[in-house]
Design a protein around this ligand. Structure first.
Ligand code: BGC
Length: 341
């Protein structure tokens, strides 16, 4: 009786064992795509600050890949200053199974299409540099923002001028009339950094006790060329009355410096924000009074760390403090001839 049972059971057991063996082999030979795919959508491929940040981001990902062997594909896509184009790029990235999207919105008040599409596909989004409004950021718990605190950038930019003035008032109030005549060049009007930097830098100068007179000001959209053209207009109109050129970013400060050079003027009271390599070089060369590092490398690192954690089911808060408003803010500092001594 027992013998007969074994006669039936043994072949069945063998078949089962072979089936298990084959299925394990199958699983092992199946190609496993372990590459982490990050889709990075920039508002414009022509922006100097963003380009510097992207160079850092690619270097950080390449280094990580080298150190760990984890394959990381960072695709940087240009939205060409069109929110509609960016929305289409999001659709494309989602259809190509990107793990995380890193989005530098074109229009920071119009994040709805990006968010809705990403949420439907369950793909987390790390926004950066152009801050979505809070009601949008709070729409889903897989949305984050990486950027610099614009108020702090403005306070630091003002401190460059305040320090120079305290050390040698005549270096800023060049005509010695007790009032600093200034011109301000602003970034894009809808950008949070433009609004806050403009207001807070001027207010901080006033709060320090400095008397100010605004001669003129205009929007140069973060652009070196536009700033150079506006500066030419202002220097032609106001000449030596201008004692300070306050710029919302380094590229515009560099545009002013280009005009100063072209017109053969002796003028160096130009302040910027960003600490791009070109901005720092202009400070080193004495063409600019100073700039503020808003940490493009630190921002790139934070974007990478958050995106990597989200792509691998890790904890985004492991390496960075995530604030109540779902943002990660980077460290900033002043860059002047003094701080470089
Ligand atoms: C930077 C600018 C840059 C802009 C782009 C700002 O935070 O200071 O240089 O053009 O972001 O969004």
């Amino acid at each position: 009786m027992k013998k007969n049972l074994w006669k039936i059971l043994l072949p069945l057991l063998l078949i089962a064992l072979i089936a298990v063996f084959l299925s394990t082999c199958d699983a092992q030979t199946e190609p496993v795509d372990d590459t982490i795919k990050l889709g990075v959508l920039v508002y414009s491929g022509d922006d100097t600050f963003i380009s510097n940040m992207m160079t850092s981001l690619k270097a950080i990902a390449a280094q990580y890949e080298q150190d760990t062997g984890v394959r990381i594909n960072v695709s940087i896509l240009d939205s060409k200053e069109s929110q509609a184009t960016q929305n289409d790029l999001v659709t494309r990235c989602l259809s190509l199974d990107y793990d995380v999207l890193c989005v530098n919105l074109v229009d920071r008040t119009d994040a709805a299409r990006v968010i809705d599409q990403a949420r439907d596909a369950d793909v987390p989004v790390v926004f950066f540099n152009r801050e979505p409004v809070q009601s949008d950021l709070k729409k889903w718990d897989k949305l984050y923002y990486v950027g610099a605190d614009a108020r702090e950038s403005a306070l630091l930019e003002a401190s460059i001028i305040i320090n120079a003035y305290r050390k040698d008032p005549g270096s800023i109030d060049m005509n010695d009339d007790g009032v600093v005549q200034y011109v301000i060049l602003e970034g894009e009007s809808r950008h949070q950094d433009t609004v806050i930097r403009t207001e807070v830098s001027v207010q901080t100068l006033r709060d320090s006790g400095m008397k100010l007179e605004k001669l003129d000001g205009g929007i140069a959209n973060w652009s070196r060329n536009q700033a150079a053209a506006l500066a030419e207009k202002y220097f032609t109109q106001y000449g030596e009355q201008i004692e300070l050129m306050l710029c919302n970013n380094d590229d515009m400060a560099l545009g002013v410096a280009d005009t100063v050079e072209r017109l053969g003027l002796d003028f160096h009271n130009i302040a910027g924000i960003d600490a791009t390599p070109a901005g720092m070089a202009a400070v080193d060369a004495g063409k600019m009074l100073g700039t503020v590092s808003i940490g493009y490398e630190g921002q790139a690192q934070a974007i990478f760390d958050l995106a990597y954690a989200l792509a691998t089911n890790g904890d985004p808060a492991e390496k960075h403090t995530i604030r109540e408003d779902r943002s990660v803010r980077v460290t900033q500092y002043v860059y002047t001839a003094e701080t470089q001594k």
